[in-house]
Ligand binder design. Structure first.
Ligand SMILES: Cc1ncc(COP(=O)(O)O)c(C=O)c1O
Length: 429
């Protein structure tokens, strides 16, 4: 193995990681290096086992080794990328539309970033306008416009040297999540030039933050009033919340939607889609180009079909995950109560989160700024020492998968209890 005790991760890998959060700087200490994984477990290079709640930041709804990942040799033997449209691709598109009817027409991409970026370009092409309104603490991927005031691990200490041209963010407004008053202040300035409002309908990138009743409806009305489009970024929420996504649960219909993460069963595939008249701007029918060498590649499409097969035939999976996530959330609440810590524990389906901050759950990124990040870092390491892997940033969430069993959750609840008591003994909380 190339990694030995004398080698630093950043000897050859820029920043020590291919995606910054993995370098673990937010929590300090030695970054977690994963040697292998199965089911709900990740193993470090020394072979130690951890119950994993990072779950690759969302895609692993079925854990690391889903049952449908069998027979991949046969799949590869059909060829993995053709550079042409395939029957499976049409089937996948039709089945996605069956579950998310607002995606009347759709197109596949490789990553969630591309899916959201493409949706924004389509909105601009359709409206003939440039301005975009988004929300601080939401994360939409790594393209230029999306990174302004983004959540997840995208914060930069020096925006002027971040490589993002000032012109790109000139026609961008960033509003406070869950705050229609703030949206209105921005719209007074840019409403006449607005192409799109871009939002995570439930946010998983500043911790777990639910939208308050009326917020998404308010965005829908405002987009309509301005002649702009509403884009839902459901890259995390589609299939995490169910086959109809957040829009199916909340009942607000966007013009465009981006999906990704879970749909590939661990392989990279994403999609964007929406109103047929809007998607008609896309080349070759219209003037707006999006495309990619691996877009809709048959190997990933075949896995996405397996993901849908599995979910459509086993709806009880969602109930089971919700039950375990509830046990986990209740277990954390019990210890916090016992220690007199007034931290809000939030759970939505298989997503669980709490912050080291007294008071109500996070409503916007302003709340999140008041988190005790030092306490989270200490908690992260205390949990890791007890065989539980949490995300190395307070902006992320815990993802429960279908692979997490009752025993894993019980071990986690015990580890939370012991870790928080250890932090209390050290005077950290
Ligand atoms: C809500 C949301 N949108 C978009 C993206 C970008 O997806 P990808 O990392 O596949 O480019 C992410 C990634 O974390 C995300 O959480």
């Amino acid at each position: 193995m190339i990694l030995d005790s004398t080698m630093r991760l950043d000897d050859v890998l820029a920043g020590g990681a291919s995606s910054p959060v993995r370098a673990g700087q937010r929590v300090g200490g030695a970054p977690f290096v994963c040697a292998r994984a199965d089911g709900p477990y990740a193993y470090d290079v020394e072979g130690r086992r951890y119950v994993d709640y990072v779950m690759a930041y969302g895609p692993l709804l079925f854990g690391h080794t889903p049952p449908f990942l069998r027979g991949l040799d046969a799949l590869a033997a059909r060829g993995v990328v053709y550079g042409s449209t395939t029957p499976d691709e049409l089937e996948l598109a039709a089945r996605i539309r069956g579950h998310v009817p607002s995606m009347e027409k759709l197109r596949f991409t490789t990553t969630g970033s591309e899916a959201v970026q493409s949706a924004v370009r389509v909105a601009r092409a359709f409206t003939g306008r440039d301005a975009v309104l988004k929300f601080s603490g939401n994360y939409h991927g790594h393209f230029d416009l999306a990174l302004q005031d983004a959540g997840a691990s995208a914060e930069t200490p020096d925006a002027t040297h971040s490589g993002i041209p000032r012109a790109v963010v000139a026609d961008l407004a960033v509003a406070r999540y869950n705050d229609l008053g703030d949206v209105d202040r921005d719209l007074a300035r840019i409403g006449g030039r607005l192409a799109a409002i871009l939002v995570e309908p439930i946010c998983g990138n500043m911790g777990l933050v639910e939208t308050e009743p009326g917020f998404l409806q308010g965005l829908r009305e405002r987009a309509d009033r301005c002649g702009a489009l509403l884009i839902f970024d459901e890259v995390i929420t589609w299939l995490r919340l169910g086959l109809a996504g957040a829009q199916g649960e909340i009942g607000v219909v966007p013009d465009l939607t981006a999906v990704g993460k879970i749909m590939g069963g661990g392989f990279p595939i994403a999609a964007f889609g929406g109103r047929a008249d809007v998607m008609a701007v896309l080349a070759p029918d219209g003037p707006c180009f999006t495309g990619g060498t691996h877009a809709g590649m048959p190997f990933a499409v075949a896995l996405a079909l397996r993901v849908l097969d599995y979910l459509e035939t086993t709806p009880s999976l969602y109930r089971e995950m919700d039950r375990r996530a509830r046990i986990l959330a209740d277990g954390i609440r019990a210890t916090l109560r016992d220690l007199g810590l007034d931290y809000a524990v939030v759970q939505r389906d298989s997503i669980v989160d709490f912050k080291f901050r007294p008071g109500p759950p996070t409503r916007s990124y302003d709340d999140q700024a008041r988190d005790d990040q030092r306490a989270y870092a200490a908690f992260y390491h205390a949990m890791r020492a007890r065989g539980v892997l949490l995300p190395p940033s307070h902006n992320e969430v815990m993802f429960v998968s279908t692979a997490h069993g009752d025993a894993d959750v019980a071990l986690t609840v015990d580890a939370v209890d012991a870790s928080l008591r250890a932090l209390r003994a050290e005077g950290i909380v």
